[in-house]
Design a protein. Structure first.
Length: 344
């Protein structure tokens, strides 16, 4: 007998299912944060059989690398796959949700209204789904370097991000944003010169945990609740205007100026959790391997930050009264750069 899963039940149910063994996923599209939120570490991702689609531009190539491509032979693609099937020893979920923040909800809840059904491992539906998966697994091909390149081309045609080979790799992040703002769609920029307070983290964690407990199916596991309570304070963005928190980008680069040294640092993030209290809000971020891979920055971020230090000072002078500012994408940041030296 199947159990219907509503939009608020589906994401937590998928996360719970993925804690099982014998993981198999025939899921068309994989977005930012899927590797971290569904697997947590590389060994589990490498041990999961995954089939996705690379032809429609819905799978993030950076996330494929975070899942182990091109070395991971359990990561395959099948052109035209549009299914969303999650299988483990705990059961089967058939649904409309891709492995993405919009579909599953790596924040409190998914952004799209999804639905699905759950079947336990003893049902005929579960057995038929496993048989079907094994059949298409034989047809699917491992995502090698060539397939990864095709995935990148499809992704860039759908949602422009900074492609491999542009000046970001060997010059300046800020200059790249100024010259190629349209290549940073979907990637935000957060400027800070102060550290969040432990109070901000604790208050936000308490609210998120309480909201989770009020749901029919909790959106946060016990492990996730405990993690919220000890979230690294350096990865917390507190005391931000509520309007900024509501429009906070899913992927963003933190540009932080040390209060003592005056030097800037670049850190890649995915948005993890958000909450607003009255006119203020807070964002929890986790450091993103997939965004770093997608931008192909390698280990050059520290060098680029050093080169950008002087020019970044003009931005921090502009935002001096607030000590922080957020830009949802490259085009928004570029508009500010055009008014400041040395870009004006």
């Amino acid at each position: 007998m199947s159990i219907f899963l509503s939009d608020r039940e589906l994401g937590p149910a998928i996360k719970e299912l993925m804690k099982g063994t014998g993981l198999r996923c025939a899921v068309a599209f994989w977005g930012h944060g899927a590797a971290y939120n569904l697997f947590g570490d590389e060994p589990l991702a490498y041990g999961t059989k995954i089939i996705c689609d690379l032809t429609m531009g819905g799978t993030n190539p950076g996330e494929l690398k975070a899942l182990g491509s091109p070395e991971n032979e359990n990561l395959k693609h099948l052109p035209g796959l549009h299914a969303k099937v999650y299988i483990s020893d705990q059961g089967l979920i058939l649904c409309s949700a891709n492995a993405s923040n919009n579909g599953i909800g790596f924040l409190s809840f998914a952004q799209l209204c999804e639905a699905g059904s759950f079947d336990n491992p003893k049902t005929d539906t579960y057995i038929d789904a496993v048989r079907w998966f094994d059949e298409i697994w034989k047809k699917a091909e491992v995502i090698d370097d060539l397939a990864l390149e095709k995935a990148l081309n499809s992704w860039l045609r759908r949602t422009p991000v900074h492609p491999k080979g542009l000046p970001l790799l060997d010059t300046s992040l800020l200059d790249s944003v100024f010259k190629y703002p349209d290549q940073f769609r979907g990637i935000g920029f957060v400027f800070t010169s102060a550290t969040s307070r432990i109070k901000d983290r604790d208050e936000t964690a308490s609210v998120l945990i309480q909201k989770s407990r009020e749901n029919m199916i909790p959106s946060l596991s016990r492990a996730e609740q405990n993690q919220l309570k000890i979230w690294p304070i350096g990865d917390v963005f507190g005391e931000w205007p509520a309007d900024d928190v509501r429009r906070w980008p899913e992927s963003f680069i933190s540009i932080h100026r040390g209060p003592r040294s005056g030097k800037i640092s670049y850190i890649m993030y995915e948005r993890a959790y958000t909450n607003t209290l009255d006119k203020k809000g807070c964002v929890f971020g986790y450091r993103s391997r997939s965004l770093r891979y997608a931008l192909n920055t390698g280990k050059n971020m520290r060098e680029m930050a050093a080169r950008d230090n002087e020019n970044a000072s003009h931005i921090f002078s502009y935002i001096e009264k607030t000590d922080h500012a957020m830009f949802v994408d490259g085009e928004e940041l570029s508009k500010l750069l055009m008014t400041l030296p040395p870009w004006r």
